[in-house]
Write a protein that binds this ligand. Structure first.
Ligand code: XMP
Length: 318
């Protein structure tokens, strides 16, 4: 019978046997999967695990600093690399969603590779790949869906790195990953975090990306997510976030007409992200969040709520 305890025990042994005294490098994303993978590897090989946490500048507000602190508090051997500027430069002027994903994925590989080269004698690349990632990347190789989403956390290894791969979560599902994380003593708040896409806010800013738009969306997103937490709604939602639309609309403030940005809020219920239903959030909640956003975030004068299910809509807008 599968239990988180037996999984941890067997996986730690398997990692020890596989990598021995070799050095392993792993990219942390702030998400559940890479964190659980890191803690498992840390348990197996300790200081021979080198974690790299890259700030792509497209994370949630204050996320880089707070998650990096958390990682250090967990005893992980982690280096934080702030590469925000590099990603923003790589994204300048790009509007097409797949081109954005590619630009972000390539910038990530470059930054990660620079860092990995600074470590001597690394033999392995560890990844937090889980079973649904394996399925999705396999099924995506055949048809046009190959280009639908280019997940940079699966198979995103540049040839010249020549590292062997270790993926301790390859055979298990998200809910099992969370249970393993709990057994390992990882903070329940971190384990309960909503999924967040690798390209981050980059695919929630429709159209081209600028530092100012990122700042705006980070503020909007923080108000929405903190509001969900304060209202006890966060754990009833599978994933939530905000999209900055490439639309200006007329508003009024005092005696002045405004012509400013519109944001869409999205909250969905799902089990695996393959299908999803929009969440029936209370009107009072939406009303409060909308007021907060419009009053506090300069440049936004309109908020809408996305009531589309997947399929035929997707969870993200890009
Ligand atoms: P969609 O928008 O396809 O999203 O309904 C399904 C789930 O996948 C996440 N997602 C991504 N994750 N890189 C990722 O790592 C991506 O390019 C990407 N695109 C979508 C999305 O947040 C949702 O959880």
């Amino acid at each position: 019978d599968w239990t988180p305890d037996s999984f941890v025990e067997e996986t730690v042994e398997a990692i020890k046997e596989k990598v021995g005294t070799d050095k392993v490098v792993l990219g942390l994303s702030g998400g559940v999967d890479s964190t659980v993978a890191a803690v498992l590897l840390n348990k197996a090989i300790g200081r021979n695990l080198y974690c790299i946490f890259v700030n792509n500048g497209l994370l949630r507000k204050n996320e880089f600093e707070s998650v990096l602190n958390q990682y250090e508090g967990m005893g992980l051997n982690v280096k934080g690399v702030d590469a925000s500027g590099r990603f923003l430069d790589a994204l300048a002027g790009i509007e097409d969603p797949e081109k954005k994903r590619k630009a972000i994925g390539n910038a990530f590989i470059e930054v990660f590779d620079d860092e990995a080269h600074k470590l001597e004698d690394v033999k392995w690349l560890a990844q937090g790949t889980i079973y649904p990632d394996v399925i999705e990347s396999v099924s995506a190789t055949g048809g046009p869906s190959a280009t639908i989403k280019s997940h940079h956390n699966v198979g995103g290894l540049p040839d010249f790195m020549k590292l062997k791969i270790v993926e301790p979560l390859r055979a298990i599902f998200k809910d099992e990953v969370r249970r393993v994380g709990a057994t390992l003593g990882i903070d329940p708040e971190l384990l309960g975090r909503h999924p967040f896409p690798g390209p981050g806010l980059g695919i929630r800013i429709l159209g081209d990306i600028t530092a100012e738009k990122v700042r705006m969306l980070q503020e909007v997103d923080a108000i929405f997510i903190n509001g969900l937490k304060e209202s006890g709604l966060y754990d009833r939602v599978w994933q939530a976030g905000a999209m900055l639309l490439p639309v200006n609309s007329v508003g009024v403030m005092g005696d002045e007409r405004t012509y400013e940005k519109c944001v869409a809020l999205r909250a969905v219920e799902s089990t695996d992200g393959m299908t999803a239903d929009w969440v029936n959030l209370p009107y009072e909640f939406l009303q409060k969040v909308s007021n907060d956003i419009i009053n506090k975030v300069k440049g936004v004068n309109r908020v809408v709520y996305d009531i589309s299910s997947k399929p035929p809509a997707t969870i993200e807008w890009e």
